[in-house]
Design a protein around this ligand. Structure first.
Ligand SMILES: Nc1ncnc2c1ncn2[C@@H]1O[C@H](COP(=O)(O)OP(=O)(O)OP(=O)(O)O)[C@@H](O)[C@H]1O
Length: 232
């Protein structure tokens, strides 16, 4: 995916001011930045929840900027939002099935089996209303639902939000598995430990533009410098 000169404003307030970056196929890119720097807005602009004022969001040969959210979803972009947006009274299985709409009902049964292989805990709880699950299990449902559409690009907004360190490690391992299968991911994550553990590359947003970026492993011993750059 190629993002070029992306601009988003809420009313007259500019939030993204010409952000440009690439997300390579099969990698996990993490978006870092101080509160209010435009991280969630970036994800929302990519999946069409907010309309960019200018700029380009290209996935392969397709220009996504300006398309409606359902069209962008149909092109293979799925978001796991911070709020998770599950239907609390529906069962785990029904919530998962809702994610398969892009694929059509013919493929959903095999995909569902794949999700249960990946998250055995959800298989045990398939009939339970999602409101009865722990926060970490609900996060698994939200990620599983996004995976049901077999996305080309998975957007993750704060996957560690409110979860224990054990669950964060579980999520990092899940992301390792997804990467091994070639799933491309863009993640916003305030938990820098998880961000540096799970991502291949990072970029830093400040005032809606990219001010830093690189290979996570290459700067493994210089996380302090990067953190200073985020919170300048
Ligand atoms: N729908 C909206 N209408 C008006 N302002 C908004 C809206 N959504 C976000 N904002 C504002 O835009 C700015 C950027 O928000 P955004 O959520 O993208 O930041 P962020 O980098 O993800 O921050 P955080 O780390 O706090 O989640 C913030 O000042 C926020 O209050």
């Amino acid at each position: 995916m190629t993002i070029r000169d992306l601009h988003v404003a809420y009313g007259k307030k500019p939030i993204l001011r010409g952000a440009s970056y690439d997300i390579h196929k099969g990698e996990c890119l993490t978006l870092l930045g101080a509160n209010g720097s435009g991280k969630s807005t970036s994800l929302n602009a990519i999946c069409g929840f907010v309309r960019p004022g200018a700029g380009s969001v290209r996935l392969g040969d397709t220009e996504l900027a300006g398309l409606a959210p359902h069209q962008i979803f149909a092109h293979g972009v799925a978001q796991v939002s911070q709020a998770r947006d599950l239907f609390p009274d529906l069962s785990v299985e029904d919530n998962l099935r809702l994610g398969a709409m892009r694929r059509g009902s013919k493929t959903s049964t095999t995909t569902l089996a794949g999700i249960y292989d990946r998250f055995p805990r959800l298989a045990e709880r398939r009939k339970q209303p999602t409101r009865t699950l722990s926060g970490g299990e609900q996060q698994m449902v939200a990620i599983g639902r996004a995976l049901m559409s077999q996305p080309r690009l998975l957007l993750l907004d704060e996957p560690s939000g409110g979860l224990s360190p054990e669950f964060c490690e579980e999520i990092a391992q899940l992301m390792d598995g997804l990467k091994a299968e070639g799933v491309t991911m863009l993640m916003v994550e305030q938990n820098l430990k998880l961000a540096f553990r799970a991502a291949d590359r990072f970029i830093v947003l400040r005032d809606g533009a990219v001010v830093d970026g690189g290979d996570v492993k290459a700067m493994e011993h210089d996380h302090d410098a990067i953190i200073k750059n985020i919170y300048l």
